[in-house]
Design a protein around this ligand. Structure first.
Ligand SMILES: Nc1ncnc2c1ncn2[C@@H]1O[C@H](COP(=O)(O)OP(=O)(O)OP(=O)(O)O)[C@@H](O)[C@H]1O
Length: 305
């Protein structure tokens, strides 16, 4: 078993609280760390990878603190988000350098194996400066895998990849999860996480917002109250008819937009009731549009829940 345990962990930078009292366990298989930009995902991953100490709380691997623990570093591979690499090196040299840093007994053999795992043998002797985004990502991956770690952490690994590269990486991560490794990757895209992760942890504004399989997270996100902006031929009459219905929790007249702002608590029912009531009262609907569909608002709802 290889389990990361994050226990009441916070991390701040000056006045900025990047991670705020988070507790979670990450075990074998593929876990998705989902959250909008600035949620604290990279900070969490850097603490799990031993690149950053927590300000308070603890981050451990099978019970042992990770920060400045060489034994733990041998078990962990980290693929960072940043693009900065040594462009003048070849892919081979880049991965070999990491194998040597880990003081592996046969660095060349380990490098060969890692580059084969990510199918980069063909391009291994080219300079990194000539690589595409996907190739760079794969070489970073090989470098993180060269010491055969049981925990693999990836920060936004799918950013900027084309669909084919994305599928290849998903397949590789799935295989690693199936083979008993602990694989954690961060993303701000729910669909990406759904496709790959058997378990999802959601963080928002430095806090832990939800955890579960994708069905649970999807349900949490679609069951939330929805806000709609509605324009019609008779907003006042429509508001009076709607407020009597249980699907609606609140209605405001928005003077700027010259429209109704409607808070629907039963999404399914509301989408049926609105056109029916409009028809019954002879009201024409001009606009019906969600006014809070941004990922941020969905995430904020999860935090408040
Ligand atoms: N070294 C640092 N110094 C100061 N502030 C930092 C530092 N690292 C992160 N932060 C701040 O901490 C917060 C969380 O950042 P973090 O990079 O962990 O989030 P993220 O979820 O990975 O977002 P993104 O996907 O945009 O990188 C942000 O407000 C960020 O500006």
């Amino acid at each position: 078993m290889t389990t990361l345990h994050i226990d009441h962990t916070s991390r701040w930078f000056g006045n900025v609280v990047a991670v705020n009292d988070i507790t979670m366990d990450i075990g074998p298989g593929v876990t998705g760390l989902l959250g909008p930009n600035g949620a604290g995902k990279s900070t969490l991953i850097n603490m799990m990878g031993g690149f950053l100490p927590p300000s308070t709380g603890s981050v451990t691997l099978d019970g042992a603190p990770i920060w400045r623990n060489q034994a733990a570093y041998k078990e962990i591979g980290l693929v960072p988000e940043r693009e900065g690499m040594y462009d003048f090196l070849t892919g081979w040299d880049f991965v070999l350098a990491n194998a040597e840093l880990h003081k592996l007994s046969d660095p060349a053999a380990a490098t060969r194996k890692a580059l084969a795992t990510v199918e980069m043998e063909q391009a291994q002797d080219r300079k990194i400066s000539t690589y595409s985004k996907g190739m760079r990502q794969r070489v970073k991956m090989a470098s993180a895998l060269v010491h055969d770690p049981s925990v693999l952490l990836l920060d936004e690994p799918f950013n900027g990849m084309d669909p084919r590269q994305r599928m290849q990486l998903m397949q590789l991560l799935r295989q690693m999860g199936d083979s008993g490794r602990t694989v954690l990757f961060s993303s701000h895209i729910l669909e990406e996480v759904e496709q790959l992760a058997s378990h999802i942890e959601v963080v928002v504004a430095g806090r832990h917002a939800a955890s579960g399989d994708f069905r649970k997270i999807r349900r949490l996100m679609t069951d939330r109250p929805h806000r709609y902006l509605v324009r019609s031929s008779d907003d006042r009459r429509l508001a009076a008819a709607l407020i009597a219905d249980a699907s609606t929790a609140g209605i405001e007249l928005d003077w700027n937009e010259k429209a109704l702002q409607i808070q629907a608590i039963d999404f399914g029912r509301f989408t049926q009731v609105l056109p029916r009531l409009a028809r019954e009262h002879g009201i024409r609907l001009y606009t019906v549009s969600p006014s809070d569909e941004s990922l941020e608002s969905v995430f904020s709802y999860l935090v408040a829940a």
